[in-house]
Write a protein that binds this ligand. Sequence first.
Ligand code: FE2
Length: 325
Amino acid sequence: MAVIGIESSAHTFGVGIVDNGKVLANEKEMYRIGTTGMIPNEVAEFHVGNAGQVIKRAILKAGLRMGDITGVGYTRGPGMGPCLQVGQLSAKMLAKRMRVKIAPVNHGVGHIEAARIFSGLRDPVALYVSGGNSQILKISEKPFRHYRVLGETFDIGIGNMLDSFAREIKLNPAWGSTVDKVAKGGRYVQLPYNVKGMDFSFTGLATKAATLAKEHSKEDICFSLEETAFSMLCETAERALLLTNSNELCVCGGVAQSVRLREMLGIMAREHGARFGFCANEFNADNGAMIALVAERMLRNGYSVPLARCDIEQRYRVDSAVVFP
Ligand code: FE2
């Protein structure tokens, strides 16, 4: 079955097409964040302007015709309301036009499943690190098959922390990925380390780093901020690995593109004899293929939602979504 998946929860309008787990296309257009961050209505307007051409491009790239699509998936949430609505409406229009079934997908499940499936892991502890999310999860079968949250941030996601820090110290472009680039060659400056059991917090760390940026070089502060935040993630992921008696670990989400974070997690996993996996950067950044991948499994298991009941949920928690094998 060729399933098309639409992702529009934040800055990316992505359209992916998969056939039996094989990605045939993964096209996207991304809203460029300026100095003000993301204004939901502006981003949604950007998505409206791009939806049609990205869908067309994906179908062409896949070498398919409209009639070859047998199912549709879209990001139900979490995300920014106006942005989610553009993806939801595009998906509903496609499903109605092609008379195929539609499946609403949890964005976080999309990220985790992409990393798990593409890295060939069976039942890993998953570290999900993106703009709005920083969580450690693992599949639990009770009371339904879902990703249970074992630990998470008390405040903001690590990606948003790095993005806002980049804006604060005026990096150009003001992205978290720029912090990652500038960090190379820096020296360590002491910063607050906030871990409580399986949970952690980033705001105190970011505030202190921004204050110290006035006295230290950008390289030193970016390096120290990343080393501290990534160590917090490693410590909690390590605890989760040991407490669940797991021998598999994966990292996913936008921040999983950081080579340094993957290196630290890889070392930790190896020390415990655990397999460590992640997917290609194209699937760690927000994308439509991960949504198509999950939708295909939902539809294959007979789960779909009538068009009239296809809604969005801005605060759709990852642990409330049923995950199909
Ligand atoms: Fe994401």
